[in-house]
Design a binder for this molecule. Sequence first.
Ligand code: ADP
Ligand code: MG
Length: 650
Amino acid sequence: MSVIRILPEAIANKIAAGEVVERPASVAKELVENSIDAGATSVEVRVESGGRRLLRVADDGCGMTRDDALLAFERHATSKITSANDLDAISTLGFRGEALPSIAAVSRLTLETCHASEEAGTRMEFAGGSLRNVKDIARPCGTTIDVQSLFYNVPARRKFLRSESTELGHIASMVTHYALAHPGKAFRLESVSNEILKVSPVASHRERVYQVMGGKQLEQLVEFGPVERPLLPASVPLNLDEDPEGSAEVAGPPIFRISGFVSRPEVHKLNRNQIYFFVSRRLIRDRLALHALHEAYRNILPAGIFPVAMIFLDMPPGEVDVNVHPSKAEVRFRHSSFVHDLIRDTVLQALTASRPVAAFPMPKRPDTGAQGDPSYDDRVTPAAPQGQRNWTPPAGPRESYGSGPGRNFELSAPRPAPSPGNLPLAEAVLGLYAPPEPASCPAGYAEPAVQENRAGELPSDLLPLGQVRSSFIIAANPEGLWIIDQHVAHERVLFEQHLRRRQNTRIEGQRLLIPIVADLQPQQRVIYESIAEELTAHGFEVEPFGQGSVAVKAAPADIQPDDVEKLVREILDGVGREARALSLDELRRSIAATVACHAAIKVNMPLDQEKMSWLLLELSKTECPMTCPHGRPIVLRYDMKEIQKAFKRI
Ligand code: ADP
Ligand code: MG
């Protein structure tokens, strides 16, 4: 008996939906792409309940005739390709003919459309993929699709949906990308309570970036191009998998065009979230392109720090295969090394041309010795003059320091010079050390990386001896020698204070003399809306200020006014980076951690004895003195036994 059977259409569509329709944002993406392919000049998206209740995409594109509308919901029904050859040169965003039937299979979908060739428009209703109703309607040319109750018949998928604001954030980010790629079209995104993005058609990418990101962000970007490059014959043999029958020779070499925006060297991002590549106006993910961008910034940004980039590539359709990924997010370039070098060289040139060399911040890379920890790079505190307050080791043979209760602690002056190996740092820190996060202050709250230290207590009898590089406090007590990172130590103190205060009451902020206006990107705005109340309770006074901006009128005490904007952004980005919705407690911790990081004393800051003593005492009172709120170690300890062993005294 045969056990293999062809699956019914309805099941096949549900399976296909599993690939194409992952979450509300992927539905929105397919519908927006269809609108763009239909030649729309205006695309409007409405979202209710993060897209669960309703996702509506309305356009003024060419619309569909009734026959086409009926066909569009058949599997593999598309107007965009007709033969297999067309797959080699796709110039539309869609081509698979899978989106509409897949979306209809997992929702209640209503289509209203009208094509110029027909007098009446068509309205069709689907539920779980089956057509329930078709009728004539009056409407202008174009298409409106309502997707309601997404995943109502796929409980497994519904369970995986994140919070409404997370899903809305993803949709906002998607619409923003398309808006950036298509400056000539109007885009609007609204939720029940808000208009999140509204941009009218403009002539250039520059104007669109201004509309979406605001003037301050635009100032931080270097615009380049368009640069046109013919495919060099030399680059052909470089590609071993090159098809020798390529069309390059027939009509002259294919022309590649690149233009875009990259951030100035002083802009430091903690992740790649603001790097966008568009190929023929399609947002793509591509490791090769990313590599090329990193190459361009190689000597400009410290390791682990990322730029902002929007790079638009255009090439003949035959040069790129978009049929390699179900949601078309990845592509394959026919001449990949040519594309790689084109990106790298153009970006590098743009960066070099954009400013005098002297103004580049000197990147301090890990291989440059003691300055190497890039964590300290962008808290630009000028290096303190050497020697002023630096701790110098005791000169005499036996000098005693401090007196613990009843016993003296003695540190011997070196007799035979120990070889460096005799004081193995790794051992001395007792495994406390976890490599620091590459970035200065990751915004979100991270669980302390080294759990076993949470129980670790910091003694309250530490005697500060001095600072190294005005950044690390050296202290001693009878148990040994201690090195404390002053910034993260203070961060821990402030974090716990802030959190405690917030748990007891609302925190009063400090009014700023002049409100600070921050332009927010659509995704940041969505996050802002969702946490506005909690922000207020932490001492911020933030109000919407025109489209896409907020005015910050008050901030927690201890925050420098010129740091406020960065702080707000970091809080929003930190929340946005979380893969799941944060609980209230986690949100409070995340905000407290970011505020503490900004308010804490910096590295490269000379401290007098009194301040050091105060800091060590306060740190010893915290619940978790060994790790900072972002999981970095605060304290290294050279145990007395280790010191004695190293000096061969025991
Ligand atoms: P694809 O976009 O891959 O062709 P879809 O399932 O997304 O497949 O859409 C099927 C067809 O329906 C499209 O090829 C197009 O002809 C038509 N269509 C879909 N959305 C629209 C729209 N907003 N305006 C006009 N035609 C549309
Ligand atoms: Mg499509």
